[in-house]
Design a protein around this ligand. Sequence first.
Ligand code: AMP
Length: 189
Amino acid sequence: MSTKTLIKTVCVYCGSRMGNKQLYKDQAAELGQRIAEAGLSLVYGGGSIGLMGVVARSASEHGVDVVGIIPHHLDDVEVTQEGLSELHLTDDMHQRKKMMFERSDAFIVLPGGLGTLDETLEMMTWAQLSLHSKPIIIVNSNNYWSPLLELVEHVVTDGFAAPENADLLTVTDSPEGAIRLINNANNHA
Ligand code: AMP
């Protein structure tokens, strides 16, 4: 994984639910802490629920800037997190996703649902179109994302994406691995 610009702010995509394995919650808390310890700041979807809330509170408790970006219509449903360094309310999902993209230098993906999938695939498709070259790091906790990785391989194997598109995702199995990838990329930027 390489980067042209120094990674200072990471966007974390993850579930607005907790999932049903303790590992998911533990790794979300660990990622927030490691983001803080690495001196990075965090951009995320602004909610207090699910893994997204866990990451945000952990990063915040460990003293870094946390920027939440949430659309008006989810302000209640996703129970906007209090005490964020910055909170942006957007008109719609498109504006939210664009702003999350613009405010970040790299993306880390923890387990999540359809919203997380959508956000991850959108960053992949934008990279495929050379609209950005920001790293997209998948934390494959308990092999949660293996079916997605297999699907991407299948898309390439059956000729619907160029082979290099299989490399759009950088895969690790832990928050520690994700931060190590970012530190390494920054050391070579
Ligand atoms: P989920 O992974 O479904 O729990 O959702 C994670 C985040 O993605 C939440 O902040 C949701 O607001 C957001 N989200 C949910 N559905 C969508 C969607 N259709 N498109 C984009 N983002 C979504």
